[in-house]
Design a protein around this ligand. Structure first.
Ligand SMILES: [Fe+2]
Length: 193
């Protein structure tokens, strides 16, 4: 019988990934979809496991053991309760020196990431999706009109979580430069069709 550390989490691709090119203030009626492969070429990993309450804790423990996520907490976001100003902070374009790992429990939200042509790719996060955004990629996060999301945040390190807003300085940051090397432009697959 496998020990908890030997067991692997039961992850699969989400039933339906909805990701598209996004321009602020553009007509959103005609969405140009972006595939899972194109997201992967940007270093973004999306997988899925059910949010069934009676097995959730076990699944999260398994995932943490398997992937080395040493710490986790829970975050509930809504404009009604945003007394700490989380929402404007995570809507500002930023990056982190560590991967950003989020598991959606309830509600929904949008995550935007920059492709290698510096255009936005937006995807819709719904319950059951496990998202890994690589260190050094510029991104931002916002609620949908539903104005509510409950997510688990998972961390590879217990060190303080650092966000750096985009600037000329952050473009020279080691994490961003490493990201650009790891996911070169000609592999992003997000050029115009
Ligand atoms: Fe972030």
């Amino acid at each position: 019988m496998l020990t908890p550390l030997e067991r692997k989490p039961d992850l699969s691709l989400p039933p339906r990934i909805v990701a598209w090119r996004h321009e602020d203030n553009a007509n959103a009626a005609k969405k140009q979809e972006v595939s899972v492969e194109q997201l992967r070429a940007l270093g973004v990993e999306l997988s899925h496991f059910p949010t069934t309450p009676d097995t959730l804790e076990e699944r999260l423990e398994l995932l943490s053991n398997h992937k080395g996520y040493v710490h986790r907490d829970m975050l509930i976001l809504s404009h009604d309760t945003d007394v700490d100003g989380w929402l404007p902070r995570i809507w500002a374009e930023h990056m982190h020196p560590d991967d950003e790992i989020r598991y959606v429990l309830e509600g929904d939200a949008y995550m935007d990431v920059r492709d290698r042509d510096d255009n936005w790719v937006r995807f819709h996060l719904v319950p059951g999706i496990l998202l890994v955004v690589p260190a050094g990629i510029y991104h931002r996060f916002k609620l949908t009109e539903g104005d509510y999301v409950k997510i688990v945040r998972l961390f590879k390190s217990k060190a303080g979580w650092i966000s750096t807003n985009r600037s000329a300085e952050s473009d020279q940051d080691q994490a961003h430069r490493t990201y650009l090397k790891m996911f070169p432009k000609n592999q992003s697959g997000c050029k115009d069709n």
